[in-house]
Design a binder for this molecule. Structure first.
Ligand code: ASP
Length: 343
């Protein structure tokens, strides 16, 4: 072989190997349009954990079912009338924050110090804009503050006093910290503390709960939000996954919107919300397959308890959870489902 043909051969090999190993643009991984497009869709959760029918009175069950249906009504009305998924998410979550039933806003759990520290996050699927607040004690609706961080600041995540000052500057409703006191949550803190003192083994999924919403509007835009009081008896200004973009909340119009609930430390380590979206983006799987794999396979292996609500850009819903129950529901044109237990 001449010197020239040898050089040509080497060049050809190098060029060919570069072509075959270069990373394709992730946008080309998007699924083909194989689903019917829903006009709009909304999905909510009110926390996952040890929720058993045998521990629930009929009255309590009805209260939860009503609160979930009321929340869906608010979001569905906005979407049906052509409103944005962001308004639907914010107002739906506000209604759950205002209910003492859920561990968010008014019904937030207590910290070890007997205070309430709230976290929330918000994400817009159109442009991956996001906002969050962590460890706030005076903002009545943390979800509204999270959205304001996204829309009215240069930042993504504000915490503590700074987040409260920002909210006040934005004329977001501020309340006295005693607003968040509920007898039920206070009694539960005492119970958990007593069990801790007796070195009883407390399953983490008794301590949590959270609210979340994902919506798809008539313009094809997804939005997701999550709001929580965190975990009962938390210490040292602990912050969980709920205000962390990619862990507790994620939204991308190219894939799906996700809001998580569960033992936050695991959801942070496994970047659960983003992982579900990434599986769809990189592997082309459905929202159901992605949600099920991350919650019921990866997290279960890691011993992380909880669940997620997921909604893709066609309006397909997935609500996987690996606990006894998850307060959950969804609505689309002519379709609604609300449930609590594992069926
Ligand atoms: N994920 C929340 C946290 O760890 C709690 C929950 O969802 O129940 O703070």
């Amino acid at each position: 072989m001449s010197k020239y043909s040898f050089t040509f051969l080497i060049l050809t090999i190098v060029l060919f190997s570069q072509c075959s190993t270069s990373t394709p643009d992730p946008a080309t991984f998007n699924q083909p349009l194989t689903f019917e497009q829903a006009e709009y869709a909304i999905v909510i959760h009110g926390g996952a954990g040890t929720i058993l029918k045998k521990n629930m009175t009929d009255d309590k069950e009805q209260q939860y079912m009503k609160a979930l249906n009321d929340a869906l009504d608010i979001g569905e009305r906005i979407l049906k009338n052509g409103g944005s998924s962001m308004d639907a998410v914010e107002q739906t979550i506000q209604s759950m924050e205002n209910s003492p039933l859920f561990n968010a806003g008014k019904g937030a759990v207590f910290t070890n110090a007997g205070t309430n520290e709230l976290d929330a996050s918000f994400m817009e699927g159109k442009n991956l804009n996001a906002g969050a607040v962590g460890g706030v004690s005076t903002i009545k609706n943390p979800i509204t503050a999270a959205r304001a961080v996204m829309e009215k600041s240069d930042h993504v995540f504000l915490s503590g006093r700074g987040a409260e000052t920002f909210a006040q500057d934005q004329s977001i409703e501020i309340v006295d910290p005693t607003y968040f006191y509920t007898q039920r949550r206070w009694d539960f803190l005492q119970q958990i503390k007593a069990e801790d003192a007796n070195e009883q083994d407390i399953t983490p999924d008794k301590k949590h709960g959270t609210v979340g919403c994902v919506a798809l509007d008539k313009n094809g835009n997804l939005a997701a939000g999550t709001s929580t009081g965190g975990m009962t008896n938390k210490r040292w200004n602990r912050i969980g996954d709920s205000p962390i973009i990619g862990a507790g909340t994620y939204a991308n119009n190219a894939t799906c919107g996700v809001s998580c609930t569960g033992h936050g430390e695991y959801f942070i380590r496994y970047a659960v919300a983003h992982d579900i979206s990434a599986m769809m983006e990189y592997k082309g799987v459905t929202v159901e397959e992605a949600g099920d794999f991350v919650i019921n396979n990866k997290l279960v292996k890691a011993k992380g308890t909880g669940g997620a609500i997921c909604l893709d850009r066609y309006g397909n819903v997935a609500m996987p959870f690996n606990t006894e129950g998850m307060y959950r529901g969804y609505a689309k044109p002519n379709k609604r489902e609300v449930s609590i237990y594992k069926e």
